[in-house]
Design a protein around this ligand. Structure first.
Ligand code: ADP
Length: 616
């Protein structure tokens, strides 16, 4: 996969991950928000219970108060003699004191007709004294002998209050009613500043108490005309202040919690609402918790969840990509290895082929070499024969001269014999004999020259051969006053060759050295040394003559090459010697010594000590 394709795939992954996370987030949001709303509703239950307990405590505290006040003799005295203004004044003061002591808003005494004779607020501008409360239900309940309870907006005080009333009995007859009014503002004050709003509705669903004053006298449900009539009759609430709260409610959860939307558009607010009934007062207490906190929590949770999901998807994508890359790399390595193996196999096959070809070529070369050797040997033989042909001219020259000389000497000898000059005749016969010897020598050489190289070779002890050669040459050496320096080796050295032929070569080399040393006046003219180097033996013959010039050196082993005057040399010695040594599997080498003179070296293989000495 190319780099751009990979990044495109990664981009697609990312987009998918974001989309998926957003989809999951928005799908889960309402669920999570709902669960937080339920939780906040559950938490609000506690606050609600406390608020209800507070209300109940307040009501219970004041409930027995009117009955107690109704038993007071001063109250009873006032109602039995309402025409006495002194009594009314003292009751007024007494009621004011009690109201102050118990924290009641107002306490007042009404006669059986609903007329107020004394009140704790007698000295206030909104004094109840002289007012009629016949229309109020609490009055009617008490006048009928019951304990009365009522809540309403005070018609004189314009303060919302809760009214407790009890009958005042005079000789078994109900002569009036004592009413204790408590202001609810103080109770509401406790609810303000909390996170939640608390409101109390009456049996009509009208908000009577609330931590928010703008909700006062607003109803949660539509008001029926009969309800309005009743409110009017009791003067419970000011009709002009009654209204309907702009409310939409929706149940959430199973424990009676509801979702309240209050207000419209910009003023719209959302709450989780819980309610608890207070049957003893005919109330329902509601607690409204704003959903903003639940929403914030839900958003936080969803954001975290979306991030975690996104991260998980990205991590998975990353891991998958890494895995894919790894698989790709392994595949690439595999392919590379396979390629390498294939190449190695190909190369091996090529090498094997080349090897086979080489082996074939080696075999062909060997075959060619064998053929060459055979041809060479045939050529050498043929060359010898050709040389023999060439030799004929030289031979006729070589033989003609002695033959002519023999003829002359024979003629002379005959003449000397005729003249009885025996000595001269003998001298000539002697010369004839010398000529015959010379011719015999030439023919002997020629016989050697024609000999086949395949003649047997074998181990030969070197020292006896050298000694024989020196013995053969001893007379000549003596004649020429020439010394040969030779230190025989300590142990017997055996070479591969033929005894007689090797001796012939040695005699030839030493003779040539002797010839070269003619002008020398040295004491030791010729050095014969033997070197043994591993399985080879080198026999060196060195003289102190003029040495070999370049021209001589290049053709020294050619047949009939000689620098000697006719009659002295045939130019065959070295040529024959060269062939003999080569037949032994060795080499004959000619060179100049660094200190002057020529060095001839016979290089031969040493023979195995155990091999029998058999060769000629
Ligand atoms: P010949 O001795 O009959 O000439 P050789 O084949 O033995 O034939 O020698 C060939 C030639 O090699 C000689 O004529 C001589 O010129 C040269 N030669 C051989 N041995 C020596 C030597 N020791 N020093 C200088 N020249 C040599």
């Amino acid at each position: 996969m190319t780099h751009t394709a990979k990044s495109r795939l990664l981009g697609l992954w990312l987009a998918l991950a974001v989309l998926l996370s957003i989809a999951v987030g928005s799908a889960g949001f309402s669920l999570v928000e709902r669960s937080f709303q339920i939780r906040s509703a559950e938490q609000a239950q506690g606050t609600l219970r406390l608020a209800v307990a507070g209300l109940r405590g307040a009501l219970n505290r004041y409930e027995p108060l009117p009955s107690l006040i109704a038993e007071k003799p001063s109250i009873k005295a006032l109602l039995s003699d309402t025409s006495n203004p002194g009594l009314a004044s003292s009751v007024n003061l007494e009621l004011k004191q009690i109201a102050e002591d118990v924290g009641a808003s107002d306490i007042y005494v009404i006669d059986a007709k609903g007329y107020t004779w004394a009140a704790s607020n007698f000295d206030q501008p909104h004094s109840f004294v002289g007012l009629s409360y016949v229309y109020r239900p609490y009055f009617q309940q008490a006048v009928e002998g019951n304990l009365g309870r009522f809540f309403a907006l005070g018609t004189a005080s314009l303060k919302r209050g809760y009214y407790f009333s009890a009958p005042i009995r005079l000789q078994g007859q109900i002569a009036g009613v004592v009413t204790v009014k408590i202001a609810v503002d103080a109770l509401e004050a406790d609810w303000r500043g909390a996170d939640s709003d608390i409101l109390v509705t009456d049996q009509f669903g009208i908000i009577f108490m609330s931590s928010r004053s703008d909700w006062h006298f607003q109803s949660l449900q539509p008001l029926q005309p009969a309800t309005l009539d009743e409110i009017k009759a009791f003067r419970q609430y000011p009709i002009d202040q009654l209204g309907r709260l702009n409310l939409q409610r929706k149940p959430i959860g199973s424990r009676g919690a509801e979702h309240f939307t209050i207000g419209i558009d910009e003023t719209e607010k959302h709450f989780v609402a819980n309610a608890m009934a207070m049957p003893e007062a005919g109330w329902e207490v509601h607690i409204l918790t704003p959903t903003a906190a639940a929403r914030t929590q839900a958003i936080t949770v969803i954001v975290i969840a979306v991030l975690v999901l996104l991260l998980t998807i990205l991590l998975t994508a990353f891991l998958l990509l890494r895995r894919a890359r790894l698989v790709e790399r392994i595949a690439a390595q595999h392919a590379a290895r396979e390629l390498l193996e294939n190449r190695v196999a190909e190369r091996t096959a090529d090498l094997n082929q080349v090897n086979t070809q080489l082996l074939q070529e080696v075999e062909e070369r060997k075959q060619a070499e064998r053929q060459l050797r055979k041809t060479q040997s045939e050529l050498v033989q043929a060359g010898k024969l050709a040389a023999l042909g060439q030799m004929s001219a030289a031979l006729s020259h070589e033989f003609n001269q002695p033959l002519a000389a023999v003829k002359t000497y024979a003629d002379n000898a005959a003449t000397y014999l005729d003249r009885d000059r025996v000595d001269e005749a003998r001298d000539n016969v002697g010369r004839i004999s010398q000529m015959a010897d010379r011719m015999a020598a030439i023919s002997k050489h020629l016989r050697n020259f024609a000999r086949r190289p395949q003649e047997k070779i074998g181990p030969v002890s070197l020292l006896p051969v050298i000694n024989d050669a020196l013995a053969i040459l001893s007379a000549k050496l003596r004649d020429r006053h020439t010394n040969i320096a030779f230190a025989p080796p300590a142990k017997d050295i055996r070479i591969m060759g033929g005894r007689v032929r090797l001796q012939q070569v040695l005699v030839n080399l030493i003779s040539n050295a002797l010839d070269a040393s003619v002008d020398s006046d040295r004491e030791t003219d010729i050095h014969l040394t033997i070197e043994e180097i591993s399985d080879r033996v080198r026999i060196n013959v060195r003289d102190h003559g003029s040495g070999l010039d370049a021209d001589t050196k290049s053709q020294i082993f050619d047949p009939f090459f000689t620098t000697k005057s006719p009659g002295e040399g045939l130019g065959l010695g070295l040529s024959i010697s060269y062939n003999i040594i080569r037949d032994f599997g060795g080499h004959l080498l000619a060179d100049n010594h660094p200190d002057g003179g020529a060095v001839f070296t016979i290089d031969l293989a040493t023979a195995d000590q155990m091999t029998e000495e058999a060769a000629e």
